[in-house]
Write a protein that binds this ligand. Structure first.
Ligand SMILES: *[C@@H]1O[C@H](CO)[C@@H](O)[C@H](O)[C@H]1NC(C)=O
Ligand SMILES: *[C@@H]1O[C@H](CO)[C@@H](O)[C@H](O)[C@H]1NC(C)=O
Ligand SMILES: *[C@@H]1O[C@H](CO)[C@@H](O)[C@H](O)[C@H]1NC(C)=O
Ligand SMILES: *[C@@H]1O[C@H](CO)[C@@H](O)[C@H](O)[C@H]1NC(C)=O
Ligand SMILES: *[C@@H]1O[C@H](CO)[C@@H](O)[C@H](O)[C@H]1NC(C)=O
Ligand SMILES: *[C@@H]1O[C@H](CO)[C@@H](O)[C@H](O)[C@H]1NC(C)=O
Length: 416
């Protein structure tokens, strides 16, 4: 009321100010419209993420080829050829539809034996590496690049192979020009799963000492876990469910800021963010948005896309070697791919059971107190079968598989 008299004193100035604010808004909106795919909307109604979620009770049967006639298995396959030297009980995991909650005694004793005598065998690693690279060309094909996928090149989706997807010119133009990977690029890679097994492991120092460190699904790197999981990261995977739950409407400033804070809080540094949009059609749009939005968060990270043809070839490669599974976990797939760009791989935090090696109960993830989606019962993957494969690679000296606390390792190396 006291301002009543002054109001007419500066209408000109106020009009100019309002106009400039308005113009800034128009320019920013134009910017958003021009740099986004499609029309810019504040609230985005996302399509249902997993329309088949209600079918999860029968998914294992759909996804994993079960041998209906179990008595016939031993006639059909020469088990020794597939897993030479393992007790029958371990082989059974590969063919048994029942999932084990606790690690069988045989696995524990095999691990004990290998732990005691394990040595990296460069020849064995090289043999598998060159077979993998020869069949899959991981170096060039692991991720989508402008080089391997020009616009309008049809790509089969990895889990829905009857569907073809073509990148638009705009999306193709956002892919890296060349593959960031080269053969045996890194001397040592530490691949860090998120199993509850890592809690209290004191493996942090060992993990940090690797040249290239890979983690899965944007895991929390909090001070509280530092001693067990380390802090460095160079490549981190992110699946579409995480984008959906943690960063929701990633195209809005609010959620982009939440994303930026999580990158900083978890010290991901310049990590490459690895995603798999071309598995099933429901993930594509969300992850393309994710790739578009991330540079706007003013973080150095970039999102790359897994090439579905590489995944299809990798699944075939391992299927031929007895991993009878239709859908890989990103963990096993990453280890198999990393063999091409890493010389020595050490794997931490991979463990498909609910009890650790001493029989103590575990949470599925190191950062959570109870089981969430549960590795053992995971509908989409047979972690136990993959784990048997990992033990096999461990036994052959191709990878080092750490499943016990790191205290002893540290002590023995310190003593020398
Ligand atoms: C599952 O089905 C119930 C009713 O049968 C429905 O309310 C729910 O939205 C469905 N959930 C999903 C993810 O489709
Ligand atoms: C399982 O395989 C055996 C031997 O091949 C055969 O005799 C038997 O009929 C099969 N059982 C079923 C249920 O298919
Ligand atoms: C599968 O494993 C369960 C639990 O260990 C066992 O009871 C069952 O006999 C096994 N089935 C076959 C066909 O081996
Ligand atoms: C593909 O893998 C097989 C083994 O499964 C190997 O014999 C073959 O040499 C590989 N191909 C190439 C081109 O390296
Ligand atoms: C997995 O399923 C089994 C039996 O269906 C159940 O006893 C167990 O508690 C489940 N484990 C988890 C981690 O959900
Ligand atoms: C390391 O080993 C020494 C003996 O060699 C032992 O006294 C010490 O307790 C061990 N430390 C840890 C942390 O295990």
């Amino acid at each position: 009321m006291t301002f009543k008299g002054k109001r007419s004193a500066m209408p000109q100035q106020r009009l100019r100010r309002v106009t400039s604010v308005f113009l800034v808004c128009v320019v920013m909106t134009m910017y958003n419209v021009l740099t986004m795919d499609g029309p810019y909307v504040i609230t985005i109604r996302l399509p249902q993420l997993y329309p088949w979620a209600n079918l999860s009770m029968c998914a294992p049967r759909m996804l994993i080829k079960q041998t209906a006639n179990t008595t016939a298995v031993s006639d059909l396959m020469d088990i020794d050829e597939i897993l030479p030297g393992f007790p029958k009980e371990i082989d059974d995991i590969m063919y048994n539809g029942t999932r084990l909650q606790a690690p069988p005694r045989e696995i524990l004793s095999v691990l004990d034996t290998i732990d005691r005598t394990w040595k990296f065998k460069p020849d064995a690693a090289e043999e598998l590496r060159s077979a993998l690279e020869g069949n899959l060309s991981t170096i060039n094909m692991y991720i989508v690049t402008q080089n391997n996928t020009p616009k309008d090149t049809p790509m089969k989706l990895a889990a829905e192979r009857h569907i073809e997807y073509k990148l638009s010119a705009v999306v193709a133009g956002r892919q890296p020009a060349r593959s960031p990977f080269s053969y045996k690029q890194y001397k040592t890679c530490n691949i860090v799963g998120s199993s509850g097994l890592l809690r209290g492991s004191k493996c942090g120092r060992e993990i940090n000492s690797g040249e290239f460190i890979i983690r899965f699904n944007m895991p929390p790197i909090a001070e509280a876990y530092k001693e067990d999981i380390g802090v460095r990261t160079h490549l981190v995977t992110c699946n579409s469910l995480t984008v959906h739950e943690e960063y929701q409407d990633i195209r809005s400033m609010h959620w982009l800021r939440i994303f930026r804070n999580s990158i900083i809080r978890n010290k991901y540094g310049k990590s490459m963010i690895f995603t798999m949009p071309f598995n099933v059609r429901w993930n594509i749009r969300r992850l393309i948005w994710f790739q578009t939005a991330v540079p706007k968060a003013r973080v150095p990270n970039r999102v790359v896309f897994n090439h579905p043809h590489h995944k299809i070839a990798a699944e075939k490669f391992w299927n031929d070697r007895g991993l009878d599974e239709k859908s890989f976990s990103s963990g096993f797939y990453m280890i198999s791919s990393a063999l091409s760009f890493c010389e020595k791989i050490t794997v931490y935090g991979f463990w498909p059971f609910n009890l650790d090696r001493s029989g103590n109960p575990l949470s599925y993830h190191y950062s959570q107190t109870g089981p969430k989606d549960g590795g053992v019962n995971n509908t989409w993957h047979r972690m136990d079968r993959e784990f048997v494969k990992l033990i096999e690679l461990y036994k052959e000296g191709v990878i080092k598989l750490v499943t016990s606390p790191c205290i002893q390792h540290k002590n023995t190396s310190d003593v020398r």
